[in-house]
Write a new protein. Sequence first.
Length: 99
Amino acid sequence: MNSKLEKILMQEASNTNRIYLHYRPQHEHWVAYEQSALNLLSLAPLLLPDEEIFSDAEIRLRYATINFEQMDRYNLPAYCTLLGDDIMVLGTELPLEEN
């Protein structure tokens, strides 16, 4: 299993109300997986969900993408905290409902 997938699975295993976003520079957008994707879609309902297949581990994950323009439209940058060069989290103070 690759380290990117491991990181995603560890973050999402206990996630309920956070949105972890992983940057994809080749597409200039951020990607939220699994519960993060569901939480993002609840804040930005015009985004479209999809699935990514990690063939080396035979795992399929739900995801949603958001670009910089969409982030500005939903006023999300004010709630973001960088966790690394290619990952950030939207603050837990966002009004998300428990699933």
